[in-house]
Design a protein around this ligand. Structure first.
Ligand SMILES: NC(=O)c1ccc[n+]([C@@H]2O[C@H](COP(=O)([O-])OP(=O)(O)OC[C@H]3O[C@@H](n4cnc5c(N)ncnc54)[C@H](OP(=O)(O)O)[C@@H]3O)[C@@H](O)[C@H]2O)c1
Length: 310
């Protein structure tokens, strides 16, 4: 049996719990292709899964391969697949785990084509962040021109895209971020930025129609003060919003779903220069366990991507 390298979680815990080891190579099932993974995007979910924070919501049989999004080349095509052929450059989120491996079997429904001018590293940064930003922005209902949207964590992976999507929808875009990221956030089209460490956003605004909470904790708790009576808070960061929403208010927990059609539109838009996307670090495969830990412990300037196959 052919073996491949993959980042496996063997038990819940710290960085030592995930190792690069040899596993059996996958075979494409019906409706699947096997992708040779060139790059995969890191996400906060990596260390949350590793630490066991989400084990009740997502019970896993260990060992399991980590990673939720990838970009690479189709190497094998399963029965019934007509959309892709061997050699196609593809990208997508898996809707589950398993992206940190040299070869991955993926349902073709989750895959879009990587635009010709786009690198695998740039492609691997899009599926989760960009599609989640789109879906969470529209999760509470259509966003209309003139609405006031507050985006917490606007300089992050989701936030950077949400600012651009909300701006395009004609909303007034208010944001929280670190001062060092203000130029970036305002450059993406935000109308206003408040420092999340020294400023109190609740003292500076009111009547917000939609809060996108990409931060959680105290930031989420304080957001009820700025929300319009008929407004909504959508949180990607904290499922506890479901228990903590005050009576009569609208608080929604968002879970992303792969959407290859939306991903294709976004990727084409990025390739044509309409949308900005940023990758700040590309790490080698052997550095992946440490990079996941760095994602947990130190501020990141943007998306980190791991290079897997050459
Ligand atoms: N539910 C879902 O389907 C789903 C999908 C994707 C992501 N998520 C979750 O959504 C959240 C955002 O994801 P992401 O990939 O965008 O994360 P990210 O790239 O780490 O972005 C978070 C941003 O918020 C900044 N920040 C930290 N504390 C802040 C505060 N108090 N106020 C304002 N900004 C603050 C961070 O700055 P520093 O980097 O300097 O700390 C960073 O720029 C994470 O919790 C992630 O796990 C959920």
């Amino acid at each position: 049996m052919k073996t491949i390298r993959a980042l496996q979680l063997t038990q819940y815990g710290g960085p030592e719990s995930a190792h690069i080891s040899l596993i059996d190579a996958p075979v494409a099932g019906p409706g699947q292709v096997v992708v040779r993974v060139h790059a995969a995007g890191l996400n906060g979910l990596d260390w949350k899964v590793r630490e066991g924070y989400v084990k009740d919501a997502f019970p896993l049989a260990l060992p399991t391969v980590l990673g939720i999004e990838l970009a690479g080349v189709v190497e094998q095509v399963g029965a019934g697949v007509t959309r892709f052929t061997k050699g196609d450059r593809v990208m997508g989120s898996l809707g589950g785990l398993g992206a940190y491996a040299e070869l991955v079997a993926v349902d073709v429904a989750n895959l879009a084509k990587v635009p010709a001018s786009m690198s695998f590293a740039n492609a691997a940064a899009l599926p989760v962040a960009a599609v989640s930003a789109w879906q969470s922005l529209h999760f509470a209902g259509p966003v209309r021109a003139g609405q006031r949207v507050l985006i917490h964590g606007a300089a992050g992976g989701l936030g950077g895209f949400a600012v651009q999507f909300a701006r395009r929808a004609g909303a007034k875009v208010l944001t929280t971020a670190l001062t060092r990221d203000f130029d970036y956030v305002l450059g993406l089209g935000a109308d206003h930025a408040i420092d999340c460490q020294t400023g109190r956003f609740e003292a500076a605004m009111q009547d917000i129609d939609l809060v996108l909470d990409y931060v959680g904790g105290d930031t989420l708790a304080r957001s009820w003060q700025v929300l319009a009576a008929d407004g909504a808070i959508v949180s990607t960061a904290s499922p506890a919003i479901l228990q903590s929403t005050p009576a009569g208010r609208r608080g929604l927990w968002f879970m992303n779903k792969p959407d290859a059609e939306r991903l294709q539109q976004i990727a084409d838009d990025v390739a044509q220069g309409g949308l900005q996307s940023r990758v700040d670090a590309i790490v080698p495969f052997d550095d992946l366990p440490a990079a996941i830990e760095r994602n947990r412990t130190s501020p990141q300037l943007g998306k980190t991507v791991v290079a897997i196959s050459a």
